[in-house]
Structure formats: structure tokens, C-alpha cells
Design a protein around this ligand. Structure first.
Ligand code: GTP
Ligand code: MG
Length: 349
């Protein structure tokens, strides 16, 4: 199992379980009544963290023990200008403070019951996805230009908000392809008020990969500070900036590293706030491939491993689209066929 997936499991298993105290404040807590021991500890309780460091960390998005526990030493050094030794101590203390233990299968099953499934509007596509696009997961959709990746993003936004009148959707647009007009058509097709839907989609245009990463990091604050109930985050496209900015073999490692960090941010958002993260990805030609599909998705195994579900979209006969589920933790691989129409997706048998 890759590190990314392990991390995701850790986050799923452990958020909301901050119950114990760090060594540094253990003594004083021992003298307190029992129920106070369960009190949530803050970043300032960690060794080596004064008010200034805590402020730096918090403004960079490290607000709770989990964010420190899953951070890398390099990240903390860069963010707060501390030494590596201090960063290591902090991370270890944060990890010690959390009950990073095991849960029973029943506990996990209970958490699974909180998962929402966002409909695509096409019954066969929903069935392929086990009922719809899941929250608490990243779904990657890759395919050639015009295969319908952006359309699916728009449709998920409409349906996610149709299903929950208090929910919001975030749309990170890297290619300037978000179209409110299209949302209006799809909302009308789904029988919901287009203006109401549009008012609950928060669109941000990302101008380069750093900007895109920053915007993704800001989503956490929308939930924790602005108390917005975010149901869906669309990143369309996940890889276009990375692809354009890192050209040539020499830059591949750096690109993958950044992409890895971005995927971590998205995984954290998905699992800590029960959000459906939908990312689109282009394919590139593999001229050396003679058998099977001569295309490969960008970002390679980094994106593939961090995604819970992966869908390959392609153009089918007579304007139809074929979606193939190629990676899912609990669903059989399979295919379905649909058509994009003005009001939404329709099944094709
Ligand atoms: P790239 O971003 O270029 O990689 O493509 P994509 O996979 O995001 O494709 P996108 O989702 O933009 O699909 C575009 C296609 O959707 C068009 O070529 C049309 O076939 C279809 N489409 C988009 N809008 C409509 C519409 O209003 N009515 C109908 N019938 N089809 C539409
Ligand atoms: Mg697109």
C-alpha cells in the first residue's frame, strides 16, 4: 500500500479521536478532574511552540493536532522557520497525543453509513459507481479532450446541491471551462432553481499550480472557519498546470512531489469533512505502447494511488460516452454508456 493511502486510512480512522494529552502538559492535566483530561489539546501545547510559531502555523492552515501529525518535517520547517529537530519533536508529540489505534470493522461500517453518494443523473453510471460518486473519497476521471470530464463536474455540482439544500460545492477551475450557463441548463434539467444552485457554487480560477495548491488548502477554512457545509470539491483539471509548468524529464521528480502534496491536501479535505473530491485528468499519448490503450493519465501512480475511484472516459459510437471504472475499493470493474444532453446525462443501452 502506498504512503498516500495509508495516510488516508489514518485520517479516516483518527480524526475526532484526540483525547489524550501530550507529555508536556500531562502533569498539570493529571491534577485536573477526570473529564477535563478529555479536553482537546491545541498546537500551543506542543513542545517548542510559542505563540508566534503557533500563529504562523495556524495561518498556514495547521490548526489541529491531525494536521501536525500528518505533516512532513520539511513542511513545518518551511512554514514556521523552525529547526528540523524541533519539527520532528512536534510531529512526534502530535502523533503521541492522538489515539492512532485500530478500530473495529463495525466502527468503520458506521462511518461508511455517513458517506453520501452523488447521482450523475444516469442510472447506469450511478450503478457503476455503486450508487453515485462517494463523499469521503477522491474520484479521478481521465480521458481525452471532449470526453465529458468537465460535463460530469458540472452535473455533480448540480446534483450534490439538489440533494442537500444547505450544501455548497467548490469548483477549482484551471482551464477556464466552468460555465454558469451550463449550470443553468443542467439545473433546469434536474428540476431545481438555477439561481439557487449557482449561488451555492464557489468558483475559483487557479492561474498556476502553486495557486491551485493554495486554493485547495483554503477549502479547509471554508468548513472550519466559515462553517460552510461543503459536499463537493471539483478540481478541473487537476494536472493541466503541472503538465504545462514542468516540462522535460529533469523536472519530473519535482512535479510529482508537488502533485503528491496536492493530492494529500485533497485527501485530507475529503476525509476530514466527508467531501466528494472529483478531479479530472488528461491523457497523453504513449507512442511506445503497441498493445492495449495507447494512452496514459498524467501524474502516473501518484494521482492513481491517491484516488479512491478511477474512471476512464472515452467517446463511443454516435456521440455517446463510455465510462469505465478501473479502480475501486469495493466495486467490480465495469463499463456504462451514456450521452451528454442539454439537461444532463441520459443512459444508452
Ligand atoms: P477537455 O477538458 O478538453 O479535456 O475535455 P472534457 O473531457 O472536459 O470534455 P467536456 O466535458 O468539455 O465535453 C465536451 C462535450 O460535451 C462536447 O463536445 C459535447 O459533446 C458535450 N456537451 C457539452 N455541452 C453540451 C450540451 O449542452 N448539449 C449536448 N448535447 N452536449 C454537450
Ligand atoms: Mg474539460
Amino acid at each position: 500500500m502506498s504512503n498516500e493511502k495509508e495516510m488516508i486510512v489514518d485520517i479516516v480512522m483518527d480524526h475526532e479521536t484526540i483525547k489524550e494529552t501530550t507529555k508536556s502538559n500531562k502533569k498539570s492535566k493529571e491534577e485536573q478532574p477526570k473529564e477535563l483530561k478529555m479536553e482537546k489539546i491545541t498546537i500551543q501545547d506542543l513542545p517548542g511552540v510559542g505563540a508566534a510559531t503557533a500563529e504562523k502555523l495556524e495561518s498556514a492552515g495547521y490548526r489541529d493536532m491531525m494536521s501536525i501529525a500528518v505533516a512532513t518535517i520539511g513542511e513545518l520547517v518551511e512554514t514556521a522557520g523552525m529547526s528540523e529537530a524541533v519539527a520532528r519533536k512536534m510531529i512526534n508529540a502530535a502523533r503521541d497525543s492522538m489515539k492512532m489505534g485500530f478500530e473495529s470493522g463495525m466502527d468503520i461500517l458506521k462511518k461508511r453509513e455517513l458517506v453520501h453518494k452523488i447521482s450523475t443523473g444516469a442510472a447506469s453510471f450511478d450503478t457503476l459507481m455503486g450508487g453515485g460518486f462517494e463523499t469521503n473519497a477522491i474520484t479521478e476521471c481521465f480521458g481525452e479532450f471532449g470526453s465529458g470530464k468537465t460535463q460530469v463536474g458540472h452535473i455533480l455540482a448540480v446534483n450534490a446541491l439538489k440533494e442537500d439544500s444547505e450544501a455548497y460545492a467548490v469548483y477549482l477551475d484551471t482551464e477556464n471551462t466552468f460555465r454558469p450557463e451550463r449550470i443553468i441548463q443542467l439545473a433546469e434539467g434536474a428540476g431545481v432553481n438555477p439561481e439557487n444552485i449557482l449561488s451555492r457554487i464557489m468558483v475559483a480560477r487557479a492561474y498556476n499550480s502553486d495557486h491551485q495548491m493554495l486554493l485547495a488548502e483554503k477549502v479547509d477554512g471554508l468548513v472550519t472557519e466559515q462553517q460552510k457545509k461543503i459536499r463537493l470539491v471539483v478540481v478541473d483539471s487537476l494536472t493541466s498546470h503541472f503538465r504545462a509548468e514542468f516540462i522535460g524529464r529533469g523536472t519530473l521528480a519535482e512535479r510529482q512531489q508537488k502533485l503528491n502534496r496536492h493530492m494529500h491536501t485533497l485527501a485530507k479535505i475529503a476525509s476530514s469533512h466527508n467531501i466528494c473530491v472529483y478531479v479530472t485528468n488528461q491523457v497523453m499519448a504513449k507512442p511506445d505502447q503497441f498493445f492495449g490503450d495507447p494512452t496514459a493519465s498524467i501524474g502516473g501512480h501518484i494521482v492513481a494511488h491517491a484516488s479512491t475511484f478511477r474512471i476512464y472516459l472515452r467517446k463511443g459510437k454516435k456521440g455517446s460516452r463510455v465510462a469505465k471504472l478501473i479502480d475501486a475499493p469495493n466495486l467490480a470493474d465495469g463499463e456504462c454508456c451514456f450521452e451528454v444532453q442539454q439537461g444532463g446525462l441520459i443512459d444508452i443501452n
